[in-house]
Write a protein that binds this ligand. Sequence first.
Ligand code: MN
Length: 297
Amino acid sequence: MNQHVMNATAIKELVEVYQAGSHHMVGDGFPVRNMIPGVGGDEQFSPFLLLDYMGPEHFPPTNRRLGVGEHPHRGFETVTIMYQGMVAHRDSTGSGGVIGPGDVQWMTAASGIVHEELHDKAFAARGGTLEGIQLWVNLPKAFKMSKPRYQTLVSDEVPTVDLGGGAGQLRVIAGEFRGQRGPAETFSPVHLYDLRLKAGHQTELTLPEGFNTSVFVLRGPVVINGSQTVKEAELALFGHTGERVVLEAKEHATLLVLSGEPIREPIARYGPFVMNTREELIQAAQDYQVGKMGHLS
Ligand code: MN
């Protein structure tokens, strides 16, 4: 066996387990635990800029429109993954819609978009539990000023791979797993999986060397690589060397697996804008103020 093959089959070392950096409200409708970047530097998670875990939280019936009103984004993508409840979205390109459990909204803000994110009207009227994740995925410099785009990936479009042996299922949101490709089109290589592992079972994932790889536990706990226990609402970060990650569920587990090729470019961020330089941030704020990112109709 040569050195290359040995490396390719090596275990990816778990280097750190993070808890939420902060608990806060986004607007008046989304209580979140911030995992990225609250927990560390940008470099170790790139291209993922932010991971907010919303809820799970029960909301009593209301006719109020809870959520986040009109606001801009430029220079990256927002990805909303729903587990419970329904969120309605509307943006300045005229796109919009409602996403519920299993659905994913992949919004490429790129050169600029203005949108609102609210609890769906019917969901709010019934009341219920809201649970989801919002990820911010950076764009390479070459695509930061490209045209905004909106991909709604409804639950049925996300391929489900049976893990075999009754271990559970893995839904491929982006990238590839065991020959199945996810529907999300990305600007840099990303694997994003919604993994459901049954209690007492284990599975093994193969993820590229050199990619920034982490696993967020929504339901757990899970034992990683046979030794370290990672609990609910914790994020496990892996090293770049090796390809194999072994996950064992103690209880029925729900995990989000994130693995992406790092974008090795400078990051300048301010609020809803993520660019490469301070000058570009100032330009973004000006462009928003004069209406260049559009308005909600
Ligand atoms: Mn937003």
